[in-house]
Write a protein that binds this ligand. Sequence first.
Ligand SMILES: [Fe+2]
Length: 259
Amino acid sequence: MISKPKDWVFTDPRLQKMKQDYAAYTAEDFKVWKILFDRQIVNLPKAASIAYLEGIKEVNFTADKIADFEDVNKRLAESTGWEIQVVPGLIDDDLFFGLMNNKRFCSSTWLRKMEQLDYLEEPDMFHDAFAHMPMLTNQPYVDFLENLSGLALKHIDNKWAIEVLSRIYWFTIEFGLIRENGEVKIYGAGILSSAGETKYSLSEEPAHLEYDVKKIMNTPYWKDKFQDKYFIIESYEQLYQSLPEIEAVLEEMVAEEAK
Ligand SMILES: [Fe+2]
């Protein structure tokens, strides 16, 4: 609706032809994956969104096997047609959004070390795989992601526009909550990969606000501590259907900033 896929990303020299080297994972890597998996999976039946719980079955993640992206890609091909694109770590915004606008989700392949179980400077593959990939089986969710990225590409040269759209990404894809059968559940990957934030986000400590495009776009966020507020959607369709409003508010905010 908002954008057409732009496939220039595939020939961009910054996009290295990277693959997951599964044979290179060490015994310690397998141990780290298992510890993180076991520690978090017990919290999820009560805390995570149905879409996530169904998705993790669909991508077939288990404690004993580090996620294998080839297998994930086969499974995603049958559900939403998305694919995992291995990237070296954090990449430029235009590539990041360009890939997602082409149904490619970026993931790193390295795993944190045993001494970094709880704190990371940059997301590792436990976050990228365990927390993000199950949600890629949900059609309205990925449609939202694809079109939000298209909107970002349209404004890629405008730093303020990208900042404002990043707030939407942050408070939905990374730190979003959803109401299901009257209960608040987690679908945001930043929460799902953290046992501590899983508990905290559903507690009475932070504010729980209704999904509000304009409010989110005016809410700065931080990366080095838990959020003080979370926004609750009613459905993934609601996210997708909010795209025209996101675009309208964005245009308003960009015009206001340019004055
Ligand atoms: Fe993430």
